[in-house]
Design a protein. Structure first.
Length: 328
């Protein structure tokens, strides 16, 4: 068992390589042989054959005979055009995150993020220096945000709002889902300048006249809106910075404005491998001093920022929602 577990890192890298090569896209409409895949991906025929045999043996792809490969329900998630696509998340996990995880010992010994030891700065510094890594990161975040956006769009609060501001909204994936469900809404997506530049492709692809991108600072004055969203942002910051960020949003809120905080709820009594991995991964990848938080801890940060909690609910198995307003 121990040997099999140790091989998990190698398998993760193999999946990431298949995602990077776009193999699932290549066989989406017609099974191909390993040799044909090697031609399409400009890869070594013998090694691509070994890769596909490994991934087929693990149930990722299917060998349907004559060394031809087809997608399974698992590899279908590696297709770029799937609404449930995880292609870019798998690339992120097996490339930038994989490199950072290699410095786990540094984090264990020092308590510091492994990004400094791996890239010489924070993750975001690295993404700014390496445009391709930044592109993959943005698309990976979109992979994870897509199902949350569809579920969040069902909330009644959007029916009476007119402007939604997503603070740290990446390429606008969550806002796209909300705007699609509510044609009367306008959306403003605020993020780093480089992220907003990449997101211009989103506007061109969707021809959305209601989605606007604004390059800005989370801690500077924010545009006005009826609903503010902060999704998967707090776990990248220390408690003090989280309170500062939430308090900054509060200054832009009116009495009838609401803030939706979306974060994973990592509870101390949840000993599942997935949640324990999330807790350790947070320490390795994010800013030193950050951590995965429980529902109670997130509500505590909200309270310290001068906001009152109106509702908490689980949106998905790995995403909790805290709805709050400002104290009067």
């Amino acid at each position: 068992m121990l040997v099999r577990l140790m091989g998990g890192a190698w398998l993760a890298k193999a999946i990431a390589v298949a995602a990077r090569l776009g193999i699932a896209d290549l066989i989406a409409t017609k099974p191909l042989t390993a040799f044909e895949l090697a031609v399409e991906t400009q890869a070594d025929p013998d090694i691509i054959d070994r890769l596909m045999r490994l991934l087929a043996a693990c149930g990722i792809f299917e060998n349907i005979g004559l060394n031809r490969y087809a997608n399974t329900s698992v590899s279908a998630l590696l297709c770029s055009d799937s609404e449930s696509s995880l292609r870019h998340f798998c690339m992120l996990a097996g490339e930038s995150y994989y490199d950072i995880w290699g410095a786990l010992l540094h984090t264990i010994k020092t308590g510091q993020s492994a990004c400094q030891a791996t890239f010489g700065g924070s993750l975001y510094d690295y993404l700014e220096r390496e445009p391709e890594a930044g592109r993959v990161y943005d698309l990976a975040m979109a992979d994870l945000a897509r199902p949350v956006g569809r579920l969040l769009a069902e909330r009644a609060e959007f029916k009476t709002a007119h402007t939604v501001v997503d603070v740290g909204g990446g390429n606008g994936t969550v806002l796209q889902a909300i705007l699609a469900a509510h044609p009367h809404l306008q959306g403003i997506c605020l993020d780093r300048e480089s992220v907003c530049c990449h997101a211009l492709d989103v506007i061109e692809a969707t021809n959305s006249q209601r989605l606007n991108f604004l390059a800005g600072d989370f801690f500077a004055p924010l545009p006005k809106g009826n609903i503010y969203i902060v999704k998967n942002v707090l776990h990248n910051w220390s408690d003090a910075r989280c309170v500062q960020l939430l308090a900054n949003i509060r200054t832009s809120m009116c009495p009838d404005t609401i803030l939706m905080v979306l974060e994973p709820f990592v509870e101390p009594d949840d000993h599942s491998p997935r949640h324990r991995m999330d807790a350790l991964l947070q320490a390795v990848i994010s800013e030193t001093g950050t951590k995965a938080r429980s529902e109670a801890q997130i509500k505590g940060l909200v309270s310290q920022a001068g906001l009152k909690v109106e509702e908490t609910v689980s949106i998905t198995s790995n995403c909790g929602l805290v709805v709050c307003r400002r104290f009067e």
